[in-house]
Write a protein that binds this ligand. Structure first.
Ligand SMILES: [Zn+2]
Length: 129
């Protein structure tokens, strides 16, 4: 797993942030979701479980932590080993797939506290839609 992940990260480093985000976009688009996942919020909530199901038998793999906010807001804290742009691509794709009624755009605001791209342990995003 670690070598697969590190070569994956090597590839992502070479292709740059734009393509990294595009790869993140592609994953939820091609995935099959259980019927219980029928909204953007439930998709965000299920992301951690889906991530764990696809990474069985490894050590500390980090997580996707969903913190519901007031109204159409939420916070996602990602301390998985994937790049920041990749995770933002995943969230954008979940929004596109489960587009909430009456919402036109998803805004992702990266918390200024730290970024995995700069050596922080996690990235935190404020989502508004
Ligand atoms: Zn980041």
């Amino acid at each position: 797993m670690n070598s697969v992940l590190s070569s994956f990260n090597d590839i992502l480093a070479q292709v740059g942030p734009h393509t990294t985000r595009a790869i993140g976009h592609a994953i939820p688009k091609s995935s099959v979701f259980p019927p219980a996942i029928n909204s953007f919020e439930s998709a965000l909530l299920s992301l951690d479980q889906a991530y764990r199901m696809n990474h069985r038998g490894t050590g500390d793999i980090g997580s996707y932590r969903y913190v519901p906010g007031v109204g159409r807001t939420a916070q996602m804290v990602c301390d998985n080993p994937y790049p920041c742009d990749f995770d933002q691509g995943i969230m954008e794709a979940l929004y596109d797939r489960f587009q909430p009624k009456g919402s036109i755009v998803l805004r992702i605001e990266h918390d200024a506290v730290g970024c995995r791209a700069k050596g922080a342990r996690s990235c935190s995003y404020r989502l508004k839609w």
